[in-house]
Design a protein around this ligand. Structure first.
Ligand SMILES: Nc1ncnc2c1ncn2[C@@H]1O[C@H](COP(=O)(O)OP(=O)(O)OP(=O)(O)O)[C@@H](O)[C@H]1O
Ligand SMILES: [Mg+2]
Length: 360
């Protein structure tokens, strides 16, 4: 039984959620054959019930096409498909997806959420990277507790930087390279060029997802960034109150203008859980949910205000790492799962060459 033949059989099996075959989706993660005993590790975009059906479809297909093969095990893990886009392939040949964590208003929790989502994706076994695109106010070094400088490697006569790896996430931030106070006085083009170097001069290697922690606002810098980086999509973070939602709407329209799909909205600081079980809606109620309805996009989740989320950031250990059993960590982990679904949906529906990409 050759690997080719195994792949041929697996190419007859569809992921029920994405309605595409396992081989084309890149969901065949490992094949191990021991004599005539075969075990498979597969990605899946579907739920457990559907995986049970896929499991028996695979067993049937082998029974018909290769009766001598005995299937000793099939395991499914959540799979992420690749964002197909010529510009992305050129810039990031080994990066499957690029996601901007964005907001209109500052201080709504983008960096906190970017740090926790990246750590959560890594926990789930995905190869994950994080670019701190907030050149003027990088928060990621603090949130991951990183004080070292990236190592330099020569690749084909060119000096390249190795990202710093922490909690399984490969990270790059301007805060690793220069005194943060000096970056603050840079002009726009210098900031753009620093970011461009994070893309072209860093050895990212293979990644399932590369997150961008975006600076606040919807000004020129954000627009330029979203045009420069071929994005799978954007996640918009908002707090429930009107002033934040108004800015978040601007963010949505900015991405719409440059043909970047919005993968969903995360409402942060949604409420404070009181000890008696009641919730106090400090910043208003359900603004994120209404915005998701308004734009026909997904509400990926609602994150309460919690001291451990804040201390996690200040102490350099995202809460999903320091306290994975905490309700808020579980909410963040569920948001990661919802985001994976949305990435897969967007990748399945994307028309090729639909991206408008303007060089800076
Ligand atoms: N759900 C939460 N509960 C408690 N504190 C939070 C929560 N989300 C964020 N914070 C805290 O709020 C502050 C602002 O968060 P953060 O830096 O992530 O926002 P930001 O949107 O990235 O800000 P900026 O626009 O300046 O980049 C931080 O001190 C962070 O720890
Ligand atoms: Mg930030």
């Amino acid at each position: 039984m050759s690997e080719e033949k195994i792949l041929e059989i697996l190419s007859q099996i569809q992921d029920p959620f994405l309605k595409n075959d396992l081989v084309s989706l890149g969901f065949v993660k490992s094949i191990s054959l021991n004599g005539n005993k075969l075990s498979l590790e597969l990605g899946s975009a579907s739920d457990n019930d559907s995986n049970v059906k896929t499991d028996s479809a695979i067993r049937n297909a082998f029974k018909i096409n290769s009766p001598e093969t005995e299937i000793s095990g099939i395991t499914f893990t959540k799979g992420i498909t690749t964002h197909i886009n010529p510009k992305k392939t050129e810039i990031f040949p080994e990066v499957k997806n690029t996601i901007a964590i964005s907001s209109g208003k500052g201080g709504v929790g983008k960096s906190t959420i970017a740090a926790n989502l990246a750590a959560s994706f890594a926990q789930k076994g995905f190869k994950t990277g994080l670019i701190d695109a907030d050149i003027y106010g990088p928060s990621i070094p603090l949130m991951f507790g990183i004080n070292e400088k990236p190592k330099v490697r020569e690749v084909n006569g060119k000096s390249k930087l190795l990202p710093i790896e922490k909690y399984g996430v490969k990270i790059m931030s301007i805060g690793f390279l220069v005194d943060v106070n000096s970056a603050v006085v840079w002009r726009g083009p210098m900031a753009s060029s620093a970011l461009r170097q994070f893309i072209s001069d860093v050895i990212w290697g293979e990644l399932d997802v590369l997150f961008f922690d975006m600076p606040p606002g919807t000004g020129d810098i954000q627009l330029t960034l979203s045009q420069t980086v071929p994005l799978t999509g954007a996640v918009i973070v908002t707090t429930p109150q009107e002033i934040s939602l108004a800015d978040a709407r601007k963010g949505y329209h900015m991405f719409e203008k440059v043909n970047v799909p919005t993968l969903g909205i995360i409402e942060n600081m949604s409420y404070y859980q009181l000890p008696d079980g009641e919730r106090e809606y400090i910043f208003g109620k359900e603004g994120g949910r209404q915005m998701a309805l308004e734009f026909n996009t997904k509400l990926l989740g609602e994150i309460p205000i919690n001291t451990q989320i804040r201390t996690g950031g200040d102490e350099g250990k995202p809460v999903v790492i320091s306290n994975p059993g905490l309700t808020e960590s579980e909410i963040l982990s569920r948001i990661s799962d919802e985001l994976i679904n949305e990435i897969n949906i967007v990748n399945a529906n994307r028309k090729e060459n639909s991206d408008l990409v303007i060089e800076i």
